[in-house]
Design a protein. Structure first.
Length: 456
């Protein structure tokens, strides 16, 4: 951590101080602050949007750099004709994907219940779980039988024209606790030869799991010409002191082309109270530091889950991304309500400009004494308070305008399933300020001259 001279000071708020004196509002100049190119890269998890009409597909082509698609018959030509640079990954779940072919016959392809020491030499029960009304066995990523089976399935999908494959649910241990929903009732009619699981079994060997997963991904990479990215690096933040750093899934980048961090700094998808979805404190530091340290030759996407009109989570997620953003690396941002929501928010089009400062560690963006992370861009100043405690009031130099929400994003439902939340520039407003306050788990973006880049 080091002190930095930035356009940010702590206001002492003494009577008569310039920090307390209100300045006359100055209307921002909106005449010529539009650009045809977005500053940041964006990603879309397209699990069902293929049924949208041509207008929405055109919007996706013009406004997203990456698509992860569950539609194996995607109309690639449509997207590529509009945006030849768009990269489209097929979705594949290495544990749970519905099989196109009969499942492997060999028991070596499955994970088995080793909770009974007597079964370790000759396990009989496969691990399995009902999930969303379907039954799945847990496959063994280290087995040559399952690796060959996965490769055949993935190649069949890639032959349709995808640029690469996204391997979902890659973890350094067997499964996240509650990944399938702890306490989910047993389902009548389940197979007899299986052992139900919803939490990480204590007997499961983490080192072996890591070795198996890395071998699985390495095997796929050796046999697939297209790009391979995986979802699972979020284990870093959920285990601030992981089982062993050597076993952390970030190491899977050695044998893949990139990664996805699902949940990022806000995950309102699995909580009843939206205010409980914020990731902060050391957890936030670990997440953003990981973003900063993603190698330059790797693709990395982050996605926060939240209501399109919950401003606090929107700006917290986006500002946190900007702290770790690097225009010279391939990092992409996404914020969505769930996997069947097409979301594009107007702040993604802000012409923040290039970073004025870049550091190799998240703590170098932390301002000593006030527990605020800040970063300057050519046209913006980003401030994040990832801690539970509120800060003192912070004074900023003249010429900055506080980004605020002026209206709700219109959310439409299409085909009874797909929600479309596309924000407009006039749903943002910019207020001249001389100081700002950051409450716990919050962020602000301050803009110069109200610049917004143009969207097609």
């Amino acid at each position: 951590m080091k002190n930095r001279l930035i356009l940010l000071i702590v206001a002492m708020m003494l009577p008569g101080s310039t920090a307390c004196q209100k300045k006359n509002p100055v209307e921002p100049d909106t005449g010529s602050f539009f650009s045809s190119k977005r500053v940041i890269k964006t990603a879309l998890a397209d699990y069902g949007h293929h049924s949208l009409d041509a207008n929405y597909k055109t919007f996706i082509s013009n406004n997203f750099d990456y698509i992860i698609s569950g539609d194996r018959q995607l109309d690639f030509a449509f997207y590529k004709n509009i945006n030849s640079d768009i990269v489209i990954f097929c979705y594949f779940n290495s544990y749970l994907h519905a099989l196109d072919q009969p499942a492997p016959a060999s028991e070596r392809a499955y994970l088995h219940d080793l909770s009974n020491p007597a079964n370790k030499n000759a396990p009989t029960k496969r691990l399995g779980r009902f999930f969303e009304n379907d039954f799945y066995y847990a496959m063994n990523p280290g087995s040559s039988e399952w690796q060959a089976h996965s490769l055949k399935q993935i190649n069949n999908i890639l032959n349709n024209g995808f640029d690469g494959v996204h391997i979902d649910d890659v973890f350094s241990h067997l499964m996240h606790e509650d990944h399938f929903g702890a306490g989910q009732p047993m389902v009548i009619g389940r197979p007899d030869n299986y052992s139900e699981f919803s939490t990480v079994p204590a007997w499961y060997d983490a080192q072996q799991s890591h070795t198996d997963w890395k071998a699985y991904l390495a095997f796929l990479k050796q046999n697939i010409a297209e790009k391979i990215i995986f979802n699972g690096v979020n284990d870093l933040a959920e285990n601030l002191q992981p089982i062993n750093p050597s076993y952390h899934p970030i190491n899977y980048l050695d044998v893949t082309d990139g990664s996805v961090h699902e949940g990022f700094v806000y995950n309102g998808k699995w909580v009843a109270n939206p205010d409980d979805g914020f990731w902060g404190d050391e957890y936030w530091e670990a997440i953003v530091d990981q973003l900063i340290k993603i190698p330059a030759d790797k693709i990395h996407g982050v996605v926060s889950y939240g209501d399109a009109n919950y401003w606090k989570s929107r700006i917290y997620s986006f500002a946190s991304f900007l702290i770790g953003y690097d225009p010279d690396r391939t990092v992409a941002f996404s914020y969505t309500a769930n996997e069947f929501t097409l979301t594009y928010l107007p702040e993604w089009s802000l012409n923040i400009g290039a970073p004025v400062e870049s550091f190799s560690s998240v703590l170098e963006y932390k301002d000593s004494g006030i527990n605020i992370f800040s970063r300057k861009f050519e046209n913006a100043l980003v401030l994040v308070n990832p801690y539970s405690a509120a800060t003192r009031e912070i004074a900023v130099d003249a010429g900055y305008y506080l980004l605020k929400k002026s209206g709700d994003v219109n959310i439409k439902t299409i085909d009874g399933r797909i929600k479309v939340a596309i924000g407009e520039n006039d749903q943002l407003k910019f207020e001249p300020v001389s100081s700002v306050q950051l409450q716990g788990y919050s962020a602000v973006i301050l803009m110069k001259n109200n610049p917004i880049s143009k969207r097609n």
